[in-house]
Design a protein around this ligand. Structure first.
Ligand SMILES: *[C@@H]1O[C@H](CO)[C@@H](O)[C@H](O)[C@H]1NC(C)=O
Ligand SMILES: *[C@@H]1O[C@H](CO)[C@@H](O)[C@H](O)[C@H]1NC(C)=O
Length: 417
């Protein structure tokens, strides 16, 4: 497996380029730089935002703090003009959506909440969380096409819900800048991770059984797990030529919150992120965390946890800190906001929040916001992906190829999409 040490040369040359660019700025400042000006991309990320279920209250299907976070997002949006919002799952508490009322629930919990002037036309790129999987995720996917049709016939209605399939990706380019956003379904990945292990078929049936009989009862039509999405993810990463690669999923890789890290993702996703120089956005724990893998020259994978769209915050768990001490030496938690820390000296009690990201060809900046939009933490700027294709003509591979050999032979799952 590659690591950042092998990028030493290209990273140093990039730093030289960056330094040079700064030197040049005053010299060329008098001339218009339209390209540079347009090479900026602003967007938000939010997790665990999906209102409440059938709990009686003044506003059905809207979480108590969800509206506050939506107001704060709108405030920041008026200033930053985000081009999209990444929605990291748990879109509808407690059991997703299903049946006749499904689309009405999307209107109540989504359309009628994030509709301030700064957000009303901003698309959301959506994936499902575990709570969505308790309902029928297919309905959430279908709402994409319904909403698109509706926007063509209903005046004043803007199509914003982009959830075209269980996992999906897009490349966003602005001037000289390109960002790959790879959105994955971590429920499916976690449940299928065992297929990447030796002798997987022996285990598969019992695990499949547990999954279908989860206590809340799934209504989604599910097929037995396969490694199809793992393959898609690996191919999406290896195909990427973007300046930044962001993978978004519901379950965190690392967390010191209530749910802790996700074993399967530490095992199988972390190596892929490191190999391809990608960063990871997630929710699930209702807290804010920023992990940065130790690596030369401020590279290293960032793990951004923002599960506070509807609530802040869950407790920090010493258990997860201690059990994973070894991991956190390499991937330290640089900043966090847990329940213990939600009362600020300035009088603000934090009830929720979100993340804003600004990418330019030089760096990507991540800020964590409270429900009123105020900035709680500014992470160290992230440099672009080192261009591995140039330094390593043979290309990446051996590790991940090994990872995906097993069940494709035994279960006959063909190929990569
Ligand atoms: C896989 O199954 C074979 C046959 O039952 C067994 O010999 C082998 O030890 C197993 N491998 C692992 C890693 O469990
Ligand atoms: C899920 O929703 C889709 C689309 O409306 C529908 O075709 C399917 O029957 C639903 N599945 C279940 C288990 O309700």
């Amino acid at each position: 497996m590659m690591n950042y040490a092998s990028f030493g040369f290209s990273r140093n040359s990039m730093r030289a380029v960056v330094a040079l660019a700064f030197l040049l700025v005053p010299v060329v400042a008098s001339q218009p730089q339209p390209q540079q000006k347009h090479s900026i991309l602003n967007f938000f990320a939010i997790g665990d935002w999906g209102g409440v279920g059938s709990i009686p209250g003044a506003e059905f299907f809207i979480g108590v703090h969800q509206r506050e976070v939506a107001d704060g997002m709108n405030k920041v949006a008026m200033d930053q003009r985000p081009e999209f919002v990444v929605a990291l799952g748990d879109n509808f508490y407690l059991k997703g959506i299903s049946g006749q009322q499904a689309f009405q629930r999307v209107e109540k919990t989504f359309e009628n909440v994030y509709n301030g002037a700064g957000l009303a036309r901003v698309p959301w790129y959506v994936i499902a969380g575990n709570h969505d999987h308790y309902g029928n995720v297919t309905e959430q996917i279908h709402y994409t096409y319904y909403s698109r049709r509706k926007s063509k016939t209903e005046e004043g209605f803007h199509h914003r819900w982009e959830f075209p399939s269980l996992y999906h990706k897009r490349t966003i380019t602005r001037g000289h800048l390109s960002v790959d956003l790879i959105l994955i379904d971590t429920v499916d990945l976690v449940e299928s991770a065992f297929l990447l292990e030796p002798n997987a078929t022996a285990k598969s049936e019992s695990l499949w059984d547990t999954w279908v009989r989860s206590p809340l009862g799934f209504t989604t039509e599910k097929e037995p797990p396969t490694t199809k999405q793992w393959q898609w993810l690996q191919k999406s990463l290896s195909d990427s030529t973007a300046d930044y690669i962001l993978v978004g999923g519901h379950y965190p890789v690392f967390s010191q919150g209530m749910h802790g890290p996700t074993k399967e993702l530490v095992q199988h996703l972390k190596p892929l992120l490191e190999e391809y120089g990608a960063h990871y956005l997630s929710g699930h724990d209702h807290a804010m965390m920023h992990f940065q893998q130790n690596a030369p020259a401020s590279g290293g994978v960032r793990y951004i946890v923002t599960g506070t769209g509807n609530a802040c915050c869950s407790w920090r768990r010493n258990k997860y800190r201690q059990e994973h001490e070894k991991d956190y030496k390499d991937v330290p938690l640089l900043w966090h906001l847990f329940h213990q820390e939600k009362h600020h000296d300035n009088g603000l009690t934090i009830t929720g929040g979100f993340v804003s990201i600004q990418a330019t060809p030089l760096s990507m900046k991540v800020q964590y916001h409270a429900q009123d939009g105020s900035v709680l933490y500014r992470a160290e700027p992230i440099p672009p992906v080192p261009r591995r294709q140039q330094s390593l003509p043979d290309g990446p591979t051996s590790k991940s190829e090994n990872m995906l050999t097993k069940d494709d032979k035994t279960k006959g799952n063909v190929a990569i999409e």
